[in-house]
Write a protein that binds this ligand. Structure first.
Ligand SMILES: Cc1cc2nc3c(=O)[nH]c(=O)nc-3n(C[C@H](O)[C@H](O)[C@H](O)COP(=O)(O)OP(=O)(O)OC[C@H]3O[C@@H](n4cnc5c(N)ncnc54)[C@H](O)[C@@H]3O)c2cc1C
Length: 290
C-alpha cells in the first residue's frame, strides 16, 4: 500500500474521504458501494475512524483491509491511544504493519460518555504526540502518520497559541500531515494556517469538511466537538430542518461554495466526512473546479 506522503510527493493537493466502521451487514454493503463510487472520482486516500474510547478496534482494521482489497487507493487507519497501554499499542502497530497498513491517523481520542473523569494510567499515553512518538520509534520508515488539528483550537486547549505549540510537538515527534476538524468559515481555517506556520508547523494541513445533511445532528455533533456553527449556517438550515430534500440541496450548495473557495485560496486538498455515503460527496466533488 502506498504511503500518503508518497502521494504528496506527486500531487500538491489531495482528495480524501472518511468512513466509519458500520455496525450492520446493510451498513457494510452501503460502505463498499460508496467507496466504489468515491474511488471512481479519483480519491487519493480513504480514512477509517476508530471507535470512541478505544472500543471495537478490530472493526477499523476490518474496514481498512476490505477497502484495500477492493480498491487501488491508499487507506489510513485511525488509532486512538487514550484507553490503551504502551504495550497494547506496540502490539497493535506490529499487527497492523504485518497486514500491510502503512498510514495511521494518530489520535488521543476522548473518554467515553460514561467515564467523563477518566485519567490515563502511568502505562498509558496521555496525548496524541506520545502515540506519534511510538509509531516513529517502532517503524518510522514504514508508517506515514497523520494527526488531528483544530482551526478554532481544541476545546480543552488553554489558548489557540498553546494548541499551535502542541501541533508543532506532534510534527516534531514524527507527524507527516494533519487533517482538521470540520469548520464552516474558511477565514477561520486560513487564520489557523497562518498561526501554526508562525509556530513552526510546516506539514500539510488538509481541511476536513462536513456537508450538511441533517441540521439537528449537526448542532448535536458541534456541541460535543466544539466546532462553531456560524450564524449564516443556522439561518440557512434551521428554517428547513424538517425538510430533508431542501436541506440536502442547500447543504450541497454551501459545501460546493466552501470547497471552491478553499481550493481557490490554495488549500492542499479536501477531506470530506462522507458518513459512509457516496452522496452528497460525489455531487459536491463533480461541481468543484479543481
Ligand atoms: C480529523 C479528525 C479525526 C478524528 N478521528 C477520531 C477517531 O477516529 N476516533 C476517535 O475516537 N476520535 C477521533 N477524533 C477526535 C479526537 O480524538 C478528539 O478531538 C480528541 O479530543 C483530541 O484528539 P487529538 O489527537 O487532537 O489529541 P491531542 O493532540 O493529545 O490533544 C488533546 C488535548 O490536549 C492538549 N495537548 C496536546 N498536547 C499537549 C501537551 N504536550 N501538553 C499539554 N496539553 C496538550 C490539546 O491542546 C488538546 O486540548 C478525530 C478528530 C479529528 C479532528
Amino acid at each position: 500500500m502506498k504511503k500518503i506522503t508518497d502521494i504528496f510527493d506527486e500531487k500538491p493537493w489531495t482528495l480524501s474521504f472518511e468512513f466509519f466502521p458500520p455496525k450492520t451487514d446493510k451498513g457494510r454493503q452501503r460502505l463498499w458501494e460508496s467507496a466504489e463510487a468515491l474511488a471512481g472520482l479519483g480519491a487519493d486516500f480513504f480514512s477509517v475512524t476508530y471507535g470512541a474510547g478505544g472500543s471495537e478496534s478490530h472493526a477499523t482494521l476490518d474496514v481498512v483491509l476490505g477497502l484495500l482489497y477492493r480498491h487501488d487507493v491508499a487507506v489510513m487507519h485511525h488509532l486512538t491511544c487514550i484507553k490503551h497501554t504502551y504495550r497494547e499499542i506496540r502490539e497493535q502497530l506490529a499487527a497492523m504493519s504485518r497486514v500491510g497498513v502503512r498510514n495511521i491517523m494518530a489520535l488521543r481520542g476522548d473518554p467515553r460518555k460514561d467515564e467523563p473523569d477518566f485519567v490515563p494510567g502511568p502505562d498509558q499515553p496521555k496525548y496524541a504526540y506520545q502515540l506519534v512518538e511510538i509509531i516513529h520509534e517502532l517503524r518510522g520508515d514504514w508508517f506515514c502518520t497523520g494527526v488531528a488539528a483544530f482551526p478554532e483550537g481544541h476545546p480543552m486547549a488553554g489558548t489557540v497559541q498553546l494548541d499551535s505549540q502542541y501541533l508543532r510537538i506532534k510534527q516534531d515527534r514524527g507527524a507527516d500531515f494533519a487533517v482538521t476538524q470540520l469548520f464552516f468559515n474558511n477565514d477561520v481555517y486560513l487564520r489557523f494556517v497562518d498561526r501554526v506556520r508562525d509556530a513552526g508547523v510546516s506539514m500539510r494541513l488538509i481541511p476536513g469538511l462536513l456537508p450538511v445533511v441533517n441540521y439537528e445532528k449537526l448542532v448535536q455533533f458541534c456541541n460535543t466537538c466544539g466546532a462553531t456553527i456560524p450564524k449564516e449556517v443556522h439561518e440557512i438550515f434551521e428554517p428547513i430542518k424538517n425538510d430533508p430534500e431542501e436541506t440536502r440541496k442547500r447543504g450541497i450548495d454551501f459545501a460546493v461554495r466552501q470547497c471552491q473557495d478553499l481550493i481557490n485560496r490554495g488549500a492542499p486538498g479536501l477531506h470530506l466526512y462522507c458518513l459512509n455515503r457516496a452522496e452528497p460527496a460525489r455531487t459536491i466533488v463533480d461541481a468543484v473546479d479543481f
